[in-house]
Design a protein around this ligand. Structure first.
Ligand SMILES: Cc1cc2nc3c(=O)[nH]c(=O)nc-3n(C[C@H](O)[C@H](O)[C@H](O)COP(=O)(O)O)c2cc1C
Length: 283
């Protein structure tokens, strides 16, 4: 296990959205390291392939920067990691999975990141990256050093989405037939769930619900349909599912728990939740 893999739980807990960036330029080698990692981990658990590119806004004038559409939320970022995918079944989950892997790699290298699925001009990024007409850019992230002082806008966004807080453990995670689960710090399965609870999600809505059994963890989406479909065919909350899958898979590996994500034919159903996939233990 390499350093990134063994310290992933700390990295997950450290990560938070950075919206104010310092002027200090990031060493191009570090940016390349993030890109190579992303490219090496670009197939999601459902088999969709995500393509990654870097956009260097270093030479951009203010107008070009504004054209990226990220200007309102993000201050000072010079580099962006852009991911694209072809629309297909579970492409959003796979995109969330691969992009979050790359963003955690960036966090481990000391860089700030922020998922941007709403605040961006997709067509400008598509032009800059020469994205094929069939592909879509579900989200991008700035890559840079966090500024010492956050902007007022940054503080307002964080407050509006209550970005520092998460829902109680027992409202997200369940056992048996959706009986709320009480967090036990020494239980390795609960450590995995806590890694999901710390995940970023669109507008911090935290739509992940997980039911655990002795051999599997079943992931469901509690969808806010109007919100999820606002940028159709980009589905924000299905991206959230992929992010949760990434956190769980990485945290499991760090704890030497073997398993993989798969879709089961028979799982418990709940009227409010859509079944996504199960992480099934292999030992
Ligand atoms: C799919 C997705 C899309 C997001 N889009 C935006 C966005 O457009 N603008 C923004 O400022 N934050 C965006 N965020 C960041 C969330 O608001 C943030 O992750 C959440 O509030 C939790 O805060 P944290 O990341 O600091 O833990 C997005 C997050 C996700 C997962």
């Amino acid at each position: 296990m390499n350093k990134f893999e063994s310290s992933i739980i700390e990295t997950i807990h450290e990560r938070k959205s950075v919206r104010s960036y310092s002027d200090t330029l990031v060493d191009p080698k570090v940016l390349q390291e993030v890109l190579s990692f992303a490219t090496d981990n670009s197939v999601g658990p459902f088999g969709n392939k995500v393509s990654f590119q870097l956009v260097d806004a270093e030479g951009f004038d203010t107008k070009s920067m504004k054209n990226l559409g990220t200007y309102g939320a993000i201050k000072g970022a010079r580099s962006y990691l852009v991911g694209s995918v072809s629309p297909a079944d579970k492409a959003m989950e796979d995109f969330g999975f691969c992009m979050e892997h790359a963003m955690l790699k960036a966090t481990s290298l000391g860089l700030g990141t922020c998922w941007l699925g709403g605040f961006l001009n997709r067509s400008t990024f598509a032009e800059l990256c020469n994205i094929g007409s069939k592909e879509i850019i579900p989200a991008v992230t700035p890559l840079g050093f966090a500024a010492k002082r956050t902007t007022l806008r940054d503080k307002l966004i964080r407050k509006a989405v209550d970005g520092n807080n998460r829902r109680p453990f027992s409202t997200l995670f369940f056992e048996d037939d959706f009986t709320p689960l009480t967090y036990i710090e020494t239980d390795s399965a609960h450590v995995l769930l806590e890694s999901v609870r710390r995940a970023p999600s669109a507008s911090n809505k935290q739509p992940w619900r997980i039911v655990i059994s002795s051999e599997a963890m079943h992931l469901y989406l509690e969808e806010d349909a109007a919100y999820n479909h606002r940028f159709d065919p980009v589905l924000m909350q299905n991206i959230d599912m992929g992010i949760a899958m990434s956190h769980l898979a990485l945290a499991a590996k760090a704890q030497s728990l073997q398993g993989k994500w798969t879709q089961l034919k028979v799982v418990s159903m709940h009227e409010k939740y859509q079944y996504i996939a199960s992480w099934v233990r292999s030992t």
